[in-house]
Design a protein around this ligand. Structure first.
Ligand code: MN
Length: 622
């Protein structure tokens, strides 16, 4: 098709990928490339889907596959095949054929992924963000093949093209220059593409991104029904993360501050870094397009989300970054997370959750994807670290090799008794990490996450997990492990004599401990882990059927073995039964914590103990 804007002289047409055979016109010359050869001629593609044949008799000189060439369409046959001849052109105008018409090219449209320093280019792209510097206005562009900044200058600090905003489609002409190692287009012309034209650019970007974001086809590392069931959801999260990275969108990871949580966060971090390496030349990308932070609380506290939002919004302003996506790992599936999610929702920041804690339905309103064994009939025993290593492989499969021992570490950290554990432990052994060492790594990680508090500890954690080149792992892990052990002994030695033991009518033993007065405060291990360790001792001593409650001024932690309690349910009941106690909390069925107001401690604990006394014994599963 042609229209009245056609120049008078010879014209070379460029056929957009969105065009079909119906957009090709007999007699016109087109830019193409050789996509195959045969005895009887060569096949030339005019775009991704339209190609034709130059018959051997019309070939003056041989053409090679991949070679760019110009051809004339001699005939469009009834069967849709194109008959082509080579054409030699010198002075000519270029026109660009889209699915909805022909435009003056003024030069070929260059994919952003292919621009080269020094070139005069015309690009069509979506504006990801706009930022005003003290000099030019910077438009960050994406077209699915890459992202690049375009600088436009009208006056120092003056907004160029104020009509152009984030999300708009533009055609920009200019020269490609290098700025601090990054390519940048010095904008000479900018045209806002509206209506069909703009939609076309956005659709092209979206399709290209979609295709590039598609995760690889993989099978889980171990034979596991629950992992297979969760794979479609993991793929969807992987795709969203890949899409974010490809679109220059920062990824914010929040995870639980323990071995399983750290393993989860690091696995995803390694995958995102590897993908960033592939898609950007920016050496700083690891710092300003990704952040990973542990959450001290087992949920997304308002304090944490406020901090994340604060940083994200400043980055939007200062660096022109798009708003981030948030990934919650080993965390994020309970009702306590909802307030934080509502704050993110106000800013249109999407949240994806990969967790193995017993989930509350209420969060489904706020999160875009939620991967959780509980949603597929599984439970806590398949840990987040196991899920996140699978997620990491789906984000960037090349990281698999360095992560093969990580699921075993994660499982050990959470005392997983999943059937998958055996295979994971074997997988780790094949990488040279025997089971005892895997256990030590988990303990070292737990210990170090306590010391790190609010920091990610990027390299230290990588060294402990041994996922980054280092020569400290073999020395560091035993050191941290023995520090952890000493610390455990210090706490438990002080606390052990203070445990009260009561034999319950149901045959179980209730052990209670005042962790506020009989353990060291603000040191590793905290009340939860200390109670857990003492609980394990009591289970051993009584051969099962033990519930241990460690109580502080306004909280208690609960561990049960062989007794069928349901902590989330108990929390609900306490809320109903005791007015003004401010009861909150939860966790898993038999591992959890409850908060209350200090003045109601006695009443809450008494009621709690009576519920434990009423609980049925379970068949021994240890
Ligand atoms: Mn966990």
């Amino acid at each position: 098709m042609t229209d009245e804007t056609e120049p008078e002289g010879p014209v070379l047409y460029h056929l957009d990928d969105s065009c079909g055979i119906e957009d090709v016109e007999e007699g016109n010359a087109y830019a193409g490339y050789v996509n195959g050869t045969a005895d009887y001629g060569v096949f030339v593609s005019l775009n991704d889907s339209v190609s034709g044949l130059i018959h051997e008799s019309n070939l003056a000189s041989p053409l090679e596959v991949g070679e760019e060439t110009k051809v004339r369409v001699e005939e469009i046959r009834d069967d849709g095949n194109l008959s082509l001849t080579p054409v030699h052109m010198h002075d000519y105008d270029e026109m660009y054929v889209g699915s909805d018409g022909v435009e003056e090219g003024g030069g070929e449209r260059t994919p952003l992924g292919e621009i080269v320093e020094g070139d005069e280019v015309t690009v069509e792209a979506e504006v990801l963000s706009v930022r005003q510097t003290g000099g030019p206005t910077i438009f960050t562009l994406a077209d699915g093949t890459g992202t690049v900044d375009a600088a436009a200058f009208v006056g120092a600090g003056e907004r160029a093209y104020p009509e152009v905003d984030e999300g708009d489609a533009v055609r920009i002409g200019g020269e490609v220059e290098s700025r601090e190692g990054d390519l940048q287009i010095e904008t000479e012309e900018l045209e806002l593409l509206e209506g069909d034209e703009g939609d076309d650019v956005r659709r092209r970007l979206s399709e290209a991104l979609d295709e590039r974001a598609e995760p690889p086809e993989l099978e889980p590392l171990v034979d596991s029904e629950i992992l297979r069931d969760l794979y479609p959801a993991l793929r969807r999260v992987a795709k969203r993360v890949r899409r974010a990275v490809l679109k220059d969108r920062p990824v914010v990871v929040r995870h639980h501050a323990d071995a399983d949580g750290m393993a989860s966060g690091v696995a995803v971090e390694r995958a995102v870094f590897s993908l960033l390496d592939e898609v950007t030349d920016d050496p700083e990308a690891q710092y300003h397009r990704f952040s990973r932070m542990p959450s001290r609380a087992p949920f997304y506290e308002m304090e944490d989300v406020t901090r994340d939002l604060n940083y994200a919004l400043k980055d939007v302003e200062r660096h022109g970054h798009p708003k981030p996506v948030v990934l919650m790992l080993d965390n994020g599936s309970t009702a306590e997370d909802a307030d934080a999610y509502r704050a993110l929702e106000a800013y249109d920041i999407p949240v994806f959750v990969v967790d193995h804690h017993s989930p509350d339905d209420v969060i489904e309103t706020y999160v875009e994807e939620h991967v959780n064994p509980y949603l597929e009939g599984g439970d806590y025993s398949v840990t987040s670290g196991m899920l996140c290593v699978e997620l990491a492989r789906l984000i960037e499969p090349s990281v698999e090799d360095e992560l093969l021992h990580v699921p075993a570490v994660a499982g050990k950290g959470d005392h997983s008794e999943a059937s998958e554990m055996e295979e994971y432990v074997e997988l780790a052994r094949e990488q040279g990490y025997d089971e005892a060492h895997v256990d030590d790594v988990a303990d070292a990680l737990d210990y170090e996450s306590y010391q790190l508090k609010y920091d990610d500890g990027r390299h230290i954690i990588n060294h402990i997990l041994d996922v980054e080149e280092n020569d400290v792992h073999d020395e560091l892990v035993p050191h941290l492990k023995s520090l952890a052990e000493e610390a455990f002994e210090r706490q438990t030695d002080a606390a052990r004599p203070q445990i009260d033991e009561i034999s319950l009518p149901n045959g179980a033993t209730l052990c209670t401990l005042d962790v506020e007065n009989y353990t060291h405060k603000f040191t590793f291990p905290g009340p939860g882990k200390t109670t857990g360790r003492l609980h394990d001792e009591k289970v051993e001593e009584h051969d099962g059927n033990v519930v241990t409650v460690g109580h502080g001024p306004d909280f208690c932690v609960i561990r049960a073995q062989g007794v069928g309690i349901n902590i989330p349910e108990i929390v609900d009941e306490l809320q109903d039964e005791i007015e003004g106690a401010g009861v909150d909390g939860g966790g898993h069925l038999v591992v959890g914590s409850i908060k209350f107001v200090q003045g109601m401690k006695e009443e809450v604990l008494e009621t709690l103990y009576s519920k434990i006394a009423d609980a049925p014994l379970k068949e021994q599963d240890n």
